[in-house]
Design a binder for this molecule. Structure first.
Ligand SMILES: [Zn+2]
Length: 349
């Protein structure tokens, strides 16, 4: 079963009115956890790998693990996505490797830390779109800058320093032709997003709603959208961890986003917490154990449980079998003949 493009997967999500979780992976157990959750809930899947993940696992291992997933679960559409590409070259190498979707995060310079200016972002993103669409591959861009740091990538600071300007979002989407757009509405990467349960003063859902109204054809993406549940924090701390008290993005806010054009929701921290809590528990309760399977299996189960819960909450559950997968060649044709254009002026409303 070939991998599906993220564009097709998100177009279907828009038709069905649901969101799709994009879960980060670094190793076999995480991929297995996602696929078992997808099978249990009958969900389409976005698996994403950051630059850090590609370095950690090595490209070939990662790619073949994903192919193994596609082979073992032919009934599940799987999109393989490069998370936070920092340059044209990173995106190009992902496409050459066989990823069906890339994020060009042109909101930051190639160092992954310094915010760019608008024109720089448009230019590098447009270049990636031209290259990717010719090959039928999906592109996600980012306008505005998220807070925090993810895998060494990020501007740091709070999520409110560079929130997305709706006028810029519209101009950016029109000039680049991205399929999906990550916007900054106050969220941050990592575990420490908010110091209390977020309200409208720190989580700008009204901004998201406005951008969707003006860009109805562009799929919106929420980054930094782990919910950082209290029970997962508690397990980590109960078994010797030291997490400071923190709040993530409540699931009901994500669901409000999904009702307003959010089709992709990035979740990583929650899975990291679930895995770490499960491993700490085994170490604390049975210190005599030393077979890695004794703690990796509960870790995998804990991640599967979390992913399965999110798939249900985002609404993707039950939708794996809704459509026949299009190949990248089909998608390339759609970009060429204009039928996949996201430009409001071309396709109208
Ligand atoms: Zn991100």
């Amino acid at each position: 079963m070939p991998l599906v493009t993220m564009r097709q997967l998100l177009d279907e999500a828009a038709k069905g009115g649901y969101g799709v979780g994009a879960f980060n992976v670094n190793n076999m157990e995480q991929i297995q956890a996602i696929m078992e959750a997808a099978k249990e809930t009958n969900s389409p899947v976005i698996i994403q790998a950051s630059r850090g993940a590609r370095q950690y696992a090595q490209d070939r291992y990662l790619y073949h693990l994903m192919l193994a997933a596609a082979e073992l679960y032919p009934e599940i559409p799987i999109a393989m996505h490069q998370d936070h590409g920092n340059s044209f070259e990173t995106c190009k190498s992902a496409i050459e490797l066989g990823f069906t979707s890339v994020m060009m995060d042109g909101s930051l310079k190639a160092d992954g830390k310094t915010p760019t200016d608008f024109e720089e972002n448009v230019e590098v993103t447009r270049r990636v779109v031209d290259y990717a669409h010719e090959r039928g591959v999906t592109v996600e861009g980012e306008i505005g800058v998220l807070g925090g740091i993810e895998d060494g990538h990020g501007a740091g600071g709070t999520g409110l320093e560079h929130v997305t300007d709706p006028d810029q979002a519209v101009e950016f989407a029109e000039r680049t032709g991205v399929d999906a757009l990550a916007i900054a509405i106050g969220t941050s990467h990592g575990a420490y997003k908010f110091s209390k349960k977020p309200d409208g003063s720190v989580l700008k859902m009204e901004l998201l709603i406005e951008i969707h109204k003006r860009l109805p054809k562009t799929h919106l993406v929420m980054h930094g959208s782990s919910s950082v549940p209290k029970d997962l924090q508690a397990i980590v701390n109960q078994y010797g961890g030291h997490l400071k008290e923190t709040w993530g993005v409540p699931v009901e806010e994500i669901q409000l986003g999904i009702r307003n054009g959010v089709r992709k929701i990035n979740v990583d921290t929650d899975n990291r917490l679930a895995i770490t809590g499960a491993i700490r528990k085994v170490f604390a309760e049975t210190p005599e154990k030393f077979d890695p399977r004794d703690y990796l299996k509960p870790a995998r189960d804990a991640m599967k449980k979390l992913v399965s819960e999110r798939m249900t909450q985002f609404g993707q559950a039950g939708h794996a079998g809704d459509y026949t997968q299009k190949s990248v060649a089909d998608m390339a044709k759609g970009y060429r003949d204009g039928s996949l254009s996201t430009q409001p002026l071309v396709v109208g409303r």
